[in-house]
Each structure stands twice: as structure tokens, then as C-alpha cells.
Design a protein around this ligand. Structure first.
Ligand code: PEP
Length: 255
């Protein structure tokens, strides 16, 4: 990775850690992870624990916060949903978009993902756009084609409207078969997909896209984090399960 792209370590807590548990997590994490200016750490608590997590980290402006989801609409009658403007108002600076659980459990399409990316950018939230192939797509040799299709579908509208919004973007390559399964991509597999993503970003947005970090996600642990971070083209990690334990998350952030 280039010097300008410092590693990004992002924790996706999914539907875990309510306000009380999130506060206890941060108390334990903060003593294990001192501020470092050679990396960016982002936490994605649940919406209900977002405020408590931010308060618990009030003394640590080095930590960034994001939300796990937004609705694509500006506002309105969408019971249970959170808008981009509300998330920004609550202190979120990032939002996960296109996570495989949103795509494959909740049935979100490429088109909905694209709408969310544009809505997020319009409200000053940096989209962390997740792309990744299913196991049958990998076995059919379609990995690069799938991730490039997802990337183009999500970003073409944004590029056409406001190419500068791309500068705040983060991409996460998350092979579906590696998420929550204990089956991690090899550093070589990760590098190969990251190369395809980097090339597609260049085609879409030219050299302005060089600084967009591309994270790897999928069964990252404290034991494999360092090897994955050293893989060429891997600019950081998006971590689910192993980010729920303050000790293992601190080890990953210090990897
Ligand atoms: C994720 O949900 O983004 C993820 C990578 O999960 P896990 O680390 O548990 O595989």
C-alpha cells in the first residue's frame, strides 16, 4: 500500500452489543488501544447503541464512528429506519452499504445499494461499500466479474453526479463465503480481488481514485490480521466476530 493510505481497521458489530455492553466494551478496549496516528479505527455499533458507544469514547477523538445501514430515502414514513441526515447528526461519519447480509439476507439490489451510496455522500457520510462473490461464483471463476459489476453498479451514478464525493469512499472486499464462517481468504486471494477492484476504480474515476482504501473482510482474527494487512493491495480490514471482544479487537487494531 502507499504511504498515503494508512490502514483502516473497521469493526462491524452487527446485531450485537447493546448500550450497556457497548459501554463496557469501550472501557475495556480503550485501555488496550492507545491512539495511533498510523491507522484509522472505525466502529460500527448497532443504531440503538450508537449514542452510548460514542459517549463512552468521548475522550478519544481518534476513534471514528459509523452506522451499519441507512435508508435510501431522504426522510418519510419508513418505520424503523434511519436516514443519512439523522446518522450524520448523531455523529456518524461512515456508513456500511452493500454488506452481504443486506444483499443476501435482506434482498437489497445493486440499484438500492447505489441509491444508498448517493444518499450517504449527499449528507457527508463516507460510504464503506462492500462487494464480494458467493462461493458458487468463485468456483465458476467469476470473482472479478462479480465484484467489478457490484462496484460499477454502486458507483456509476455517484461518479456522474459528483466525482469529488468519491474521495471519501472506502471499499471493502468481503467474499460472502468467508463472512462469519471461519474460512478466510488467503492473502493471495485477497490481493487478486483487490487488484481487480483497484483497476475498476481507476477506470471509473481515474487517478483520483488511487487513495480510496480497499479493505478485506471475512473471518479476520487476531491471528491472521497481520498477514492479511501485509498482502499487496490490502489497505485495511473490516471485522465482524473478532471485533466483539475488546482484547482481540485491540490486537487487530495494533497488528
Ligand atoms: C462482516 O460482517 O463484515 C465480517 C467480515 O464478519 P466476520 O469477520 O465475522 O467474518
Amino acid at each position: 500500500m502507499t504511504d498515503l493510505r494508512r490502514p483502516v481497521l473497521a469493526a462491524n458489530w452487527k446485531m450485537n452489543l447493546g448500550p450497556t455492553a457497548a459501554t463496557a466494551f469501550l472501557e475495556a478496549f480503550l485501555v488496550r488501544y492507545a491512539p495511533r496516528d498510523d491507522r484509522t479505527v472505525i466502529l460500527f455499533p448497532s443504531a440503538i447503541a450508537f449514542g452510548a458507544a460514542r459517549s463512552a469514547a468521548a475522550a478519544r477523538p481518534d476513534l471514528q464512528f459509523g452506522v451499519q445501514n441507512i435508508h435510501a430515502a431522504e426522510k418519510g414514513a419508513f418505520t424503523g429506519e434511519t436516514s443519512a441526515a439523522m446518522a450524520h447528526d448523531a455523529g456518524a461519519r461512515y456508513v456500511l452499504v452493500g454488506h452481504s447480509e443486506r444483499r443476501h439476507v435482506f434482498g437489497e439490489t445493486d440499484a438500492q445499494t447505489a441509491e444508498k451510496v448517493r444518499r450517504a455522500a449527499a449528507h457527508g457520510l463516507a460510504p464503506v461499500l462492500c462487494v464480494g462473490e458467493k462461493i458458487e461464483e468463485r468456483e465458476a471463476g467469476q470473482t472479478d466479474a462479480v465484484v467489478v459489476r457490484q462496484l460499477r453498479a454502486a458507483l456509476e451514478g455517484l461518479v456522474a453526479e459528483d466525482a469529488t464525493a468519491l474521495r471519501s469512499l472506502v471499499i471493502a472486499y468481503e467474499p460472502v463465503w468467508a463472512i462469519g464462517t471461519g474460512r478466510t481468504a488467503t492473502p493471495q486471494d485477497a490481493s487478486s480481488a483487490h487488484r481487480a477492484i483497484r483497476a475498476a476504480l481507476g477506470d471509473l474515476a481515474g487517478s483520483g481514485s488511487d487513495e480510496i482504501p480497499i479493505l478485506y473482510g471475512g473471518s479476520v482474527t487476531a491471528s491472521n490480521a497481520s498477514a492479511l494487512l501485509q498482502a499487496p493491495g490490502v489497505d485495511g480490514l473490516l471485522v465482524g466476530g473478532a471485533s466483539l471482544d475488546p482484547e482481540s479487537w485491540a490486537a487487530i487494531c495494533n497488528a
